[in-house]
Design a protein around this ligand. Sequence first.
Ligand SMILES: *Cc1c(COP(=O)(O)O)cnc(C)c1O
Length: 353
Amino acid sequence: MNRGADRYEFASDNTASICPEAWDALQKANADKAASSYGDDRWTAQVRQLVREMFEIDCEVFLVFNGTAANALALAQLCQPFHSVICHEHAHIETDECGAPEFFSGAKLLLTRGANGKIDIGEAEAAIVRQPELHSPKPRAISITQATELGTIYTINEIRALNEFARKRSLFIHMDGARFANAVASLGCAPKALTWEIGVDVLCFGGTKNGIGAGELVIFFKKELAREFDYRVKQAGQLASKMRFLAAPWVGLLTDAVWLHNAEHANRASRQLAERLRSEAKIDIVFPVEANAIFLRMSEQLVRGLHGRGWDFYKFIEPEVYRLMCSWSVTEADIADFVGDIVALKRNEEAKH
Ligand SMILES: *Cc1c(COP(=O)(O)O)cnc(C)c1O
């Protein structure tokens, strides 16, 4: 957090406001003078129906308040306390959820490496082999983030290979899809082609970073895996009594593929920002820009200058890799302002030398 920051456009995709379609749906839901509670309302029913249409399968759909809960409860559903979950060392479930997945599931996270934020199968295999059978938690699931924490995308073939590996080892596949929409937009494929068709068992589908205020979906593609999940959600304090107000914005996103348009916009903005940073400011972009995140190398001095001009953003990897994110609401003017400030700061810096 920077004192005096007033430009949050690129700090994260959760700094954006609620998109008009979601806002409109929320208002419509509020026009119902009274409705059934705890998800027994027409808005929640409609979300479930729209998700089934989107994924072209009869799946089980649950709404929780945020992504941490979605991941933690989904993994708890798949694992016993003597199990482990294979994930990337940069996985959100490892670095940003305060241990919630381990707390709720009792299972241990088994960290692996891999270039560009993606699990390398050889590394995963080695991590399993290093664990003496019976004396270590039994690998039960593999968790992949799509799009990844480093703004890259698993291709369909890469997930297919992970699925082969998972099936051989009887592992479930969990997908942290806080930015699933950005992945679909980037690959231009059907949502099913990126999930159940290639072995994904449960998807945590994020809406917050796509354009709503709160509420994430937990989707079980094999209905039997969702057994008693409703109780788990309630026990964890994640069952909204006025669920229609979590559901309605989702109806806004899922109608007329607003989720996809929002993600396409964010991805396009990121590509544009990255290209301009490279060409106009000679900035070094660290990972391939495949979704809506840009990782860039900047000197401390340049960062201080940007903060001084009000820009808020985070350092991600020591010593000098920072992250910029684009959301559905980033405009060309925002991009021009940021690039303009960087170019000006670099010019001042050079003039001093
Ligand atoms: C934002 C995010 C989440 C969810 O975070 P919450 O703050 O709990 O909603 C999960 N996974 C990834 C990769 C994220 O970026």
